[in-house]
Design a protein around this ligand. Structure first.
Ligand SMILES: [Zn+2]
Ligand SMILES: [Zn+2]
Length: 344
């Protein structure tokens, strides 16, 4: 089968590999029907994910059909349409039992697929702990609708939950990339008083204003003044930082009102500074990620009910044979791309 493979820093290539087989009794083999490219894949390509192992098949956002299950798999069976979770988790350790599945202590716990073990930009994938890593897609939900459930949408859902949003809140979301938009969709379900999104990219600004006309949009250079003059108590009641740069990290705490929650969803390339003397008296509550991606069933229900729709994010579709071109487009943000779907 064809598999898009991490060869070395800066180099991914389509290679021919053997179809995976069941290795443990809790494994399943899934035939991929649709996959996507995530900015984390680009982080691997650029050599900034130290845990990524050369030779692995990349890709961790995918949906498919269960082909085969190990003897101890109970929740899914051959023929089921499923979403695949970006995180591998045992469901039994201290962290898993508390829902903190990102910190699962199993050797494959956390982000393994497409990083430390073969992922989904290919035809078949082996999923460890299939009972926790796969979720059945309701019949009325299409592959396109379910494509982001296991990764970017799970992230937006988790970030929204831990941000404790109420109906009176002004919520500021920094960054309108795919994860930012998924976060926006989940924040909208909480019906806060107003949502402000901060973005600098014209294409993304247009995407948000075309699809979500009630959301206020501000550019980074005007964001602080705008938030101060459009909120009641000296800043946003909740800030979600999804952009991941030094300036957006600073913006996040500066735009937050005293005693608010600042949720850091973004992954940074380097350490960020908390200037505590300047922040003294703001009494902020910081919450930091990795996503605990264990709410996929709830998310799939919301999609089934028509409450979340991420299909507009899929701006381009490519066959697996042309995945190199898809990367080129996604990496260089060409042709108004938000997300790319890959069909084996
Ligand atoms: Zn991802
Ligand atoms: Zn665990």
């Amino acid at each position: 089968m064809l598999a898009y493979t991490y060869i070395s820093k800066g180099k991914f290539e389509l290679t021919e590999k053997e179809k995976p087989v069941i290795q443990e009794s809790r494994d399943a083999i899934v035939k991929i029907t649709m996959a996507s490219i995530c900015s984390s894949d680009l982080h691997i390509k650029h050599g900034s994910v130290s845990k990524a192992i050369p030779g692995i098949t990349v890709g961790h956002e995918m949906v498919g059909i269960v082909e085969e299950t190990g003897d101890s798999v109970n929740n899914v069976k051959s023929g089921d349409r499923v979403t695949v979770n970006v995180e591998t988790f045992c469901g039994e350790c201290f962290f898993c039992k508390k829902g903190y599945v990102n910190n699962c202590t199993d050797k494959n716990g956390g982000w393994a697929l497409g990083c430390r073990i073969d992922g989904g930009q290919t035809e078949y994938v082996r999923v460890p702990f299939a009972d926790t890593g796969l979720n059945k897609i309701p019949d009325s939900v299409t592959d396109e609708q379910a494509l982001f459930v296991g990764d970017v949408l799970a992230t937006g859902y988790w970030a929204t939950r831990i941000s404790e949003i109420t109906a009176d809140d002004t919520v500021l979301i920094i960054g309108a990339g795919p994860t930012g938009i998924c976060t926006l969709l989940c924040v909208m379900l909480k019906k806060p008083k107003q949502i402000i999104i901060c973005e600098k990219d014209e294409n993304r600004i247009k995407f948000v204003s075309d699809h979500y006309p009630d959301v206020k949009i501000v550019r980074p250079e005007e964001a602080e003044d705008y938030v101060m003059s459009n909120s009641s108590y000296g800043g946003a009641d909740v800030v979600l930082e999804v952009a991941g740069s030094e300036s957006t990290f600073e913006l996040a705490w500066k735009c937050a009102r005293p005693n608010s929650i600042v949720t850091i969803v973004a992954l940074y390339d380097k350490a960020q500074v908390l200037p505590l003397p300047d922040m003294y008296g703001k009494n902020l509550i910081f919450k930091t990620g990795g996503v605990d991606g264990c709410e996929c069933d709830e998310i799939l229900k919301l999609i089934e009910q028509g409450k979340i729709d991420t299909t507009p994010l899929i701006t381009h579709t490519y066959p697996l044979e042309q995945i190199g071109e898809a990367y080129e487009l996604f990496e260089n943000k060409q042709d108004g791309v938000i997300k790319v779907a890959i069909k084996p």
